[in-house]
Design a protein around this ligand. Structure first.
Ligand SMILES: Cc1ncc(COP(=O)(O)O)c(C=O)c1O
Length: 416
């Protein structure tokens, strides 16, 4: 018998279902010739969105300047631009030395936690979360402690619940705002309460703000760093979503607040950044034009814009549905509907998502993929053409009608 290679035990609790078993099944069905509508990944380039031309042109102009390793924290000119953006938002003490550019925010989430955690340290994470935050916490020896962001609460965190979860091992509070998967956008008053908690318990604030400018119907984004003031705060942003350039793999994090309190942590971040030499240099040239030119996302999120229309179709479809309800997303690229409790006594979100794929060729992500133990939700992206989203909800309704019919036929004991 051949001895198999055993993977690390660290991976035992690590999941990323957005590209998991359902997606693999969708690929099989595609290989068999089916046309699958994939709503599982927030990848604008796959749905016909383009990065602004001036980003592409900046990269092309600097192709020749991209052949050497760059600074471990990122190109100086790009970091200056990011620092200026953060200062203009009210973040304190942000200088290029406190900016780190990575191969997407994804790499930096891992780096930020690797530089912070001792084995057994706890990190406060939203549930539902963007699952990389949980995975990176676990992979770096930490323990997720989840605070709820329930639909019944408009998907807003409850500061009292968060404070009650804090123990002597708690090191950091993660906020995803605007939120993936819920689309919630947090008001300033809530952030002030959360900052006060972080101050009382000496927590590092980790603000995933990758959807910072993707806002609907007058919603406003409040950067956490401005509210945090002198409190240490690491804010994450990037080119993937707002600038529709996921494939460039450019993200950044900006350390704000009292430099004396974060000097050792900053040095740890720099060491980890240096160990991987540098981020992809080529695409970093797109950062200055992305942040210095007039914003381009507003044309898509304003009435008449494609994302706005997609969201409108989803809201209308849910309003007309016999089975669904939804807290309207105020930001980001997703809707997170749920199946009504009065229509299904018991609802298995994974079984539903599998049926939707097998029977109607639509791929969504079940709510339980976002570190929620039991969920009636599913997530879909707002990126497909609005007419296709309309068709998606016709198919969703068909599956739910079949499930309701089967439930009605089932013996009472099976439903209870
Ligand atoms: C909340 C959140 N954070 C981070 C990321 C990772 O983005 P990047 O492409 O910069 O790695 C995503 C991607 O979907 C996301 O939704």
């Amino acid at each position: 018998m051949v001895a198999s290679i055993t993977p690390s035990a660290h991976l035992a609790d690590v999941r990323y279902e957005i590209r998991g078993a359902l997606t693999r099944r969708a690929r099989e069905l595609e290989a068999a010739g089916l046309d699958i509508i994939k709503l599982n990944i927030g990848n604008p380039g796959r749905y016909g969105f383009e990065a602004p031309a001036h980003l592409r042109e900046a990269i092309a102009r600097h192709l020749h300047d991209s052949e050497a390793y760059g600074h471990e924290q990122g190109l100086e000119i790009a970091r200056e631009t990011i620092a200026a953006q953060q200062r203009a938002r009210g973040a304190r003490h942000v200088e290029p030395e406190r900016i780190f550019i990575g191969n997407g925010v994804s790499e930096l989430i891992d780096l930020s936690l690797r530089a912070l955690l001792q084995p057994g340290d706890e990190v406060l994470l939203p549930s539902p979360d963007y699952p990389l935050w949980s995975a990176a916490t676990i992979l770096n020896g930490g323990q997720p402690r989840y605070y709820h962001c329930l639909a019944s609460h408009d998907h807003q965190p409850d500061p009292d619940e968060i404070e009650a979860l804090i123990t002597p091992r708690t090191r950091a509070l993660v906020l995803i705002n605007p939120n993936n998967p819920t689309g919630a956008v947090y008001p300033r008053a809530l952030l002030q309460r959360l900052v006060a908690i972080a101050a009382r318990h000496r927590l590092l604030l980790l603000a995933d703000e990758i959807y910072d400018e993707i806002l609907y119907d007058g919603a406003t984004f409040q950067p956490l760093a401005e509210v945090a003031g002198e409190l240490p705060c690491l804010s994450f942003g990037g080119l993937s979503k707002v600038h529709r350039a996921c494939g460039y793999r450019v993200g950044w994090m900006s350390l704000s607040g009292d430099p004396a309190r974060t000097a050792a942590y900053r040095d740890a971040l720099q060491l980890l950044a240096a160990l991987r030499l540098c981020a992809n240099v080529t695409a970093q040239w797109a950062v200055p034009p992305a942040l210095q030119s007039a914003p381009t996302i507003g044309a898509l999120t304003a009435p008449g814009g494609r994302l706005h229309e997609a969201r409108r179709i989803v809201l209308e479809a849910v309003a007309a549905s016999d089975y669904l309800e939804l807290v309207a997303p105020d930001g980001a690229l997703y809707a997170f509907p749920q199946v009504r409790a009065d229509r299904f006594a018991d609802f298995d979100d994974e079984a539903f998502a599998l049926r939707l794929l097998e029977e109607e060729s639509v791929l969504v992500v079940p709510g339980s993929s976002f570190n929620v133990p039991r969920s009636r939700h599913f997530r879909l992206t707002l990126l497909p053409p609005p007419a296709q989203l309309h068709e998606v909800f016709v198919r969703i309704e068909r599956v739910l009608a079949r499930m309701a019919h089967e439930q009605a036929q089932a013996p009472a004991a099976a439903v209870a």
